[in-house]
Design a protein around this ligand. Structure first.
Ligand code: SF4
Length: 312
């Protein structure tokens, strides 16, 4: 359904330098699959999501290919991209509090999508809105409630409802648990479970730093580091036996797996090490790792960007 091939996103800096946010990223998502893209802040995962949605600022320099149902998104005119984003690709931004219109009721914001995107009349839009919010376990009173009167988890559900109102083929959710507590995180997990039941053919791309969320809701996990997708594999495989040294380090940093900090820091944007981008922090680094950037390779049923798995 969605194929990201060799995607690069760069931004020009003031002193004529260039910051690389995404580098040679590859990712494929099939219908009906939920893929979690995880990684530390600044790893490029949100930028990749914005690139798919055509929401990068004009200053971004983008190359590579993003193909959605045989349509090359990077070649689309802005109007066609906007239309596609409104009908077949839904984007749920982070910060639900900031993304909803504070001057409109929640129901009004969902109903507006039915009216403008599907041409429904007022009565139908209201009925569909009540039905959709109900299926996301929001009480009927939410229809007439303003966003600031709801909890963060409920606002998140309203945003998801706005995305689902267009019955998309692909839903991209950016940091759905950012800034919310453990109770509300469970609400988000329940929401994704219900969403999957409601739309089993929809592909879902969840961009998150929340590894526990990824474990609960994803079929596949893609790990990003310094703008690159360094591992893409089945969720079960990832949580049992990750291949890439960075993936292993990420899991070992979780409290229930030892709380081992990852030594060193990620490269600053615009200052990338030669060779493998992870080599200054990698316990398995060799001389070759410091000289040459590894290609992405198939290993069993995973893709991994590391010399340890390179074919001879
Ligand atoms: S290529 Fe080398 S430095 Fe990079 S992750 Fe693999 S072993 Fe570590």
């Amino acid at each position: 359904m969605l194929s990201i091939e060799n995607l690069n996103v760069r931004f020009a800096l003031r002193d004529a330098d260039v910051m690389t946010a995404v580098e040679s990223a590859c990712l494929h998502i099939a219908a009906g699959r939920t893929v979690a893209v995880i990684g530390e802040s600044g790893s490029g995962k949100s930028i990749m999501g914005l690139a798919v949605c055509g929401l990068l600022p004009n200053a971004a320099m983008v190359s590579g290919r993003i193909v959605f149902h045989d349509v090359s998104l990077l070649d689309l005119h802005a109007d066609r991209m906007r239309d596609l984003r409104g009908r077949r690709i839904a984007f749920v931004p982070q910060s639900a509090g900031l993304s909803l219109n504070p001057t409109m009721t929640c129901g009004g914001q969902v109903a507006e999508i039915y009216a403008y995107r599907q041409g429904r009349n007022r009565h139908e839009s209201a009925r569909l809105t009540r039905d959709l919010l109900g299926r996301l376990s929001l009480s009927p009173s939410v229809v007439d409630t303003y966003p600031h009167l709801l909890s963060g988890g409920m606002r998140q559900r309203v945003l998801v409802a706005m995305g689902l109102a267009v019955t998309p083929d692909l839903l991209i959710a950016d940091e759905p648990t950012k800034g919310i507590d453990a109770y509300r995180r469970q609400e988000v997990i329940d929401l994704f479970t219900r969403m999957r039941e409601r739309s089993p053919d929809m592909a879902v791309l969840v961009i998150t730093h929340d590894i526990r969320l990824a474990e609960k809701i994803s079929d596949e996990v893609a790990v990003m580091y310094a703008g690159q997708v360094v591992e893409h594999t089945h969720a079960g495989r990832f949580f049992d036996q990750p291949l890439h040294p960075y993936s292993r380090a990420l899991l070992q940093a979780m409290p229930e797996r030892g709380l081992l900090p990852i030594p060193g820091v990620a490269p600053r944007p615009g200052v990338r090490p030669q060779g493998c981008v992870f080599h200054p922090r990698c316990p398995l680094s060799t001389a070759r790792c410091g000289r040459l950037d590894p290609p992405i390779n198939g290993c069993d049923d995973s893709l991994v960007r590391c010399w340890l798995y390179a074919r001879a």
